[in-house]
Design a protein around this ligand. Structure first.
Ligand SMILES: Cc1cc2nc3c(=O)[nH]c(=O)nc-3n(C[C@H](O)[C@H](O)[C@H](O)COP(=O)(O)O)c2cc1C
Length: 258
């Protein structure tokens, strides 16, 4: 049920009280990727309030190893877009070949073969979110302080995963808080492919990794019914090969908002 988010703190921060706020359950079920924005700017007060809410995200050992850069300079924004685009065309090429782009376990030969098509995909591309990334109302680079991550799998020989878990909940909280403020957005990681250049562009020291680039703004339209697998498709009892966890009988199960 939407509520109004006009708390005294928010009003003091200059956040308009008339923005309909979303119920947490609805927000979790409807915060889909938004890549098309109206030209309406996002005020500093609203952006500050979003970051001020997101900072309550959890992190390993509560180290809060995130660092954010709000990128406003048009030249830097174009620079970020130019670094994003090669990864985007690589992504399209791999996806077009039926691969999961950059999956840690994949057919590397098929991936290399697919990547040979990236240049022609780039040449034929029509301007979309990626090509216009520099024009989105808000661009926030999210960095991870490598001295502050509880990367419990850092010495594994397989691909490591746990370090990001100290940063991405924060990133997701930004998107949830943006939704609550009537905005939409998307987390992007394409830039990570060109991390060294991205760090040089933004003057980021070596101790920090590029975790994401967030695009935010007023959505032209907002997705409401997200395509996600059902719980029983990814949950089993006791063992990986255990019985599917089906929860309550179908007739008592709650469905998402339409
Ligand atoms: C870790 C992560 C990385 C992502 N990277 C990108 C990206 O580089 N570019 C992009 O357009 N979307 C990116 N996305 C957005 C996903 O494509 C999106 O969340 C997913 O397709 C679900 O879309 P939906 O919410 O519209 O159903 C990323 C999302 C996550 C969680």
């Amino acid at each position: 049920m939407p509520t109004l988010n006009g708390t005294p703190e928010r009003r003091a921060a200059g956040v308009p009280a008339i923005i309909p706020s979303v119920d947490l359950r609805d927000a979790l079920r409807t915060t889909g990727a938004v890549r098309e924005f109206t030209g309406e700017p996002v005020s500093d007060a609203v952006l500050y309030d979003i970051l001020d809410t997101a900072r309550f995200a959890p992190s390993g050992g509560n180290r809060q190893g995130w660092r954010t850069i709000v990128v406003r300079d048009p030249g830097l924004r174009r620079g970020l877009r130019d670094l994003y685009l090669p990864g985007w065309y690589d992504y399209l090429a791999m996806r077009g070949a039926g691969l999961v782009p950059w999956a840690p376990i994949t057919d590397r030969d098929a991936e290399s073969e697919a990547l040979t098509r990236a240049a022609s995909i780039a040449a034929e591309a029509t301007p979309g979110f990626a090509e216009r990334l520099d024009e989105v109302p808000v661009l926030v680079a999210v960095l991870a302080d490598l001295r502050a991550l509880a990367a419990v799998d850092r010495d594994f020989e397989r691909y490591t995963l746990a370090g990001g878990a100290s940063i991405y909940p924060f990133t997701w909280s930004i998107l949830l808080a943006a939704h609550d403020a009537g905005l939409g957005g998307v987390m992007t990681t394409m830039l990570v492919q060109r991390e060294a250049e991205a760090r040089a562009l933004l003057g980021v020291p070596d101790e920090f990794a590029v975790a994401a680039l967030l695009a935010l703004g007023h959505p032209i339209r907002r997705p409401t019914r997200l395509r996600r697998a059902a719980v029983e498709d990814f949950t089993t009892l006791d063992r990986f090969d255990g019985e599917r966890f089906t929860g309550p009988a179908e007739d008592t199960r709650q469905t998402g908002p339409s």
